[in-house]
Design a protein around this ligand. Structure first.
Ligand code: ZN
Length: 484
């Protein structure tokens, strides 16, 4: 009934003794404290009490936290050997990271000193089930007992009561959420990034990978036993977070500041985009630039990127006091809603660039409408308000039919651009981009830029803003130029 990952028989025996001790502990006759209950030897053990299914609300399930704060949490599963755990704790101290350790109750019983060290260094201890299992397919009663025992051991050895539960894989059922509530735990916590062993990645590839997943509100997880570079990874994670200006905070702090999100249907304007087959009635309004003598210019950013890229763009715009217009690819938004919300909170226009970025003229009109409506809903839910009702077709491709189909959904303003510095091309450096912007921009222009990773837009952006201003241009968001 106990599964082991380690084969050593001594280890197995130790496990057995621990289990006996734990079961005894639950039954109330503690072998740790001697026979103080007065129970006579040979007496029949008391019948286990019947576990009634919990009638209250189930605990929350958390894999990321809805927040636009520049924070995330680091968590661990399992309890590796003493040496690894010590090196891990030292490394966390070195980078001033307070983490959450999901510990199996059994391992805490075996090596309580490690668990106490974790507490002494200021980390959280949480419940990783009794024997780091998945609890899949188990009865309610069995799950309840497992979690309760693990809690009891942790409390006994560290004087800490876990707030959260996580299974080995992070998977959970509704029953486990109920069991969690039954045992007094606030949430079943999985993760937004579970870091397994590296294969043959170079240092550069590892850095690149981690930076891609440094999300606001993210929960990073590693298994201290499975992950062979768990200690070495701390530096990489710390540097990746620092690079984008994010900070690892204790898990309970991150979860505490997470907001509740309104469901889509409760957000005004969630249904502003609809499927509508009456294309012929629609009135598309195609926009490239504004006919004006005023020296106004609008910056627009298309597609999607990592927190590292998008947050840097937001920081530059904030520092230069510029509001811009963002056309989001909603499949990216769906994976990382916090970042979309951060763009909206910073006061920029947030608009629609389809769900999966198909070339509009190459798909059926019904498909196109589905793309637009789905994107509208995903973005609305992410930013918790109706987006700016501007649509921009991917690659700028459209024809009369697609324009009519787009407008029929409710997105009548189809907003293109007239300044195209081709910043999406990795070979174009900052100088090329700035030069193209300055050559093409005139009064009322809309400049097309991208929030893609690994291009040179971030270097070009502050220079372009300064040069545009020195030529007398005022930078405004598209909604200010064209109205909404
Ligand atoms: Zn695009």
């Amino acid at each position: 009934m106990i599964s082991h990952k380690k084969g050593a028989s001594g280890f197995r025996l130790f496990h057995w003794i621990s289990l006996v001790a734990i079961v005894a502990l639950l039954a109330g006759c503690s072998p740790f404290q001697g026979n103080e209950t007065g129970a006579d030897n040979g007496q029949q053990p008391a019948k286990p009490e019947k576990i009634e299914r919990y009638q209250g609300e189930k605990s929350k399930a958390v894999s990321m936290v809805y927040t636009t704060q520049r924070q995330l949490a680091l968590t661990f599963n399992g309890m590796a050997d003493k040496d690894t755990m010590k090196r891990l704790l030292d490394e966390l101290d070195k980078y001033h990271i307070k983490a959450a350790f999901f510990l199996p109750g059994m391992r805490v019983a075996e090596e309580p000193d490690i668990a106490r060290q974790i507490v002494a260094r200021g980390h959280e201890i949480e419940n990783n089930t009794l024997n780091q299992s998945d609890l899949q397919g188990q009865s309610y009663e069995k799950m309840y007992e497992d979690i309760k025992l693990a809690n009891k051991v942790i409390k006994r050895e560290t004087d800490k009561t876990p707030r959260y539960i996580r299974t080995k894989s992070g998977d959970y059922s509704d029953d486990l959420r109920l069991v969690a509530a039954h045992n007094g735990q606030e949430a079943v916590v999985s993760s937004s990034l579970f870091l397994h062993n590296w294969q043959k990645e170079t240092e550069e590839q590892k850095i690149h990978y981690l930076r891609k997943y440094m999300n606001r509100g993210g929960i990073v997880a590693m298994d201290t036993e499975e992950n062979k570079s768990v200690v070495e990874n701390i530096r990489l994670l710390a540097e990746a977070a620092t690079d984008v200006g994010y900070r690892f905070v204790p898990l309970h702090e991150l979860i505490a500041q997470g907001g509740e999100r309104k469901p889509l249907q409760e957000i005004p304007g969630f249904d502003a985009a609809k499927m509508n087959a009456e294309y012929y009635k629609s009135k598309p309004n195609l926009i490239y630039r504004k006919e004006t003598d005023k020296k106004l210019v609008a910056l627009s950013f298309d597609d999607w990127g990592t927190d590292q890229t998008v947050t840097k763009i937001l920081d530059i715009l904030d520092k230069k006091d510029v509001k811009a217009s963002f056309f989001l690819r909603a499949d990216g938004v769906e994976r990382n809603p916090n970042l979309a919300r951060a763009i909206a909170e910073a006061g920029h226009d947030v608009a629609n660039h389809t769900y999966s970025h198909p070339v509009n003229t190459q798909i059926a009109l019904e498909e196109l409408q589905k793309e637009i409506v789905k994107a509208h809903q995903v973005i609305t839910e992410a930013i918790q308000q109706r987006p700016t009702m501007y649509f921009r077709p991917p690659t700028g491709a459209f024809d009369e039919q697609t324009l009519k189909a787009i407008a029929a959904t409710g997105y009548e303003d189809i907003t293109i651009y007239d300044v195209t510095p081709s910043d999406y091309d990795k070979k174009r450096n900052a100088d090329d981009i700035v030069k193209a912007i300055m050559e093409q921009t005139r009064s009322g222009s809309v400049i097309l830029l991208h929030m893609l990773d690994d291009i040179h837009t971030i270097e070009a952006l502050p220079i372009a803003i300064d040069q545009l201003r020195s030529k007398g241009f005022t930078l405004v968001p598209m909604t200010e130029m064209f109205g909404q």
